[in-house]
Design a protein around this ligand. Structure first.
Ligand code: SF4
Ligand code: SF4
Ligand code: FES
Length: 263
């Protein structure tokens, strides 16, 4: 099996894991030595670590905790910071990471820093889902009876929305965003893009004004500093900066409308 590895590859590598035993305890690093194997991704590395639960010093330790589900870069739950880059651990291949000479045969795994740590590499991403609730990121329907055919849409319109529909709420865009911090109210690029998704849906648009009210308030679009880090790290290549610009245009029209309504 090891013959499938590049000839110069070492038989083992070091994995440094940033660990945290509970939500409130202090973080610390623990190193593990893992054997190289073909087609090895970070999830298989974590499984190998859990199987032995013995660190590089030969001491027994607790298994490292992480979150994952789909194992095919669709659910977003396995997102973590791998050698300084936020990404999904199920699609991060060991061979690719260690190819970089700067890695020095070491992989460092850290939890995302913009969300509360539950334990080790497992973070609580509920803030993202709460933001989607605040923005009513859904298509409102009146009951479950047959409502007849939906409104007609052009393929171009569907294609435009499809791009944004691929968001998996992974959190990469928020981890990379300098404006999104643990303590502020900024909803971030992901929620803004989803608001635009539902505002451009013919039925979803019935809640457009409510969504724009949220995006106009504290933590809304004006908190974006336009650093454009979000769009660079999105694994689904969602046009986040275009969505933010669109939200800005919709908010201008919305603000003018509100001004006239007040008179
Ligand atoms: S453009 Fe910059 S500030 Fe705005 S959401 Fe993206 S990363 Fe954050
Ligand atoms: S917009 Fe991209 S980076 Fe942000 S949560 Fe969605 S898929 Fe992840
Ligand atoms: S386990 Fe679902 S994205 Fe990695």
């Amino acid at each position: 099996m090891l013959s499938e590895l590049p000839p110069a590859a070492a038989a083992t590598f070091t994995v440094k894991v940033q660990r945290q035993d509970s939500r409130d305890s202090a973080a610390y690093f623990e190193a593990f030595t893992v054997a190289r194997a073909p087609a090895q991704n970070i999830i298989s590395v974590l499984l190998a670590i859990a199987e032995k639960s013995t660190n590089s010093e030969g001491k027994k330790t607790t298994p490292v905790v992480w979150d994952c589900n789909c194992l095919e870069e669709v659910c977003g739950s396995c997102t973590m910071v791998i050698n300084g880059r936020v990404r999904q651990s199920c699609s991060a291949m060991v061979a690719d990471i260690l190819k970089d000479p700067e890695a020095q045969n070491t992989i460092t795994l850290q939890p995302m820093s913009k969300f509360p740590v539950v334990r080790d590499l497992w973070v609580d991403r509920s803030r993202m889902f709460e933001n989607l609730k605040r923005l009513q990121a859904w298509v409102p329907i009146d009951g479950i009876h047959n409502l007849g055919a939906g409104p007609k849409e052009t393929p171009d319109h569907q294609t435009e929305r499809y791009d944004i529909s691929r968001c998996m709420t992974c959190g990469c865009c928020l981890e990379a965003c300098p404006q999104f911090t643990k303590d502020n109210a900024f909803v971030g690029a992901q929620a803004i893009a989803q608001a635009m998704y539902f505002n451009s849906h013919p039925t979803g648009a019935t809640l457009k004004a409510d969504r724009l009210d949220v995006l106009m308030a504290e933590g809304g679009v004006s908190d974006c500093g336009n650093a454009q880090n979000c769009v660079k790290v999105c694994p689904k290549e969602i046009p986040l900066t275009e969505a933010i610009a669109k939200a800005g245009r919709q908010l201008t029209v919305h603000a003018v409308k509100k001004m006239f309504e007040m008179k």
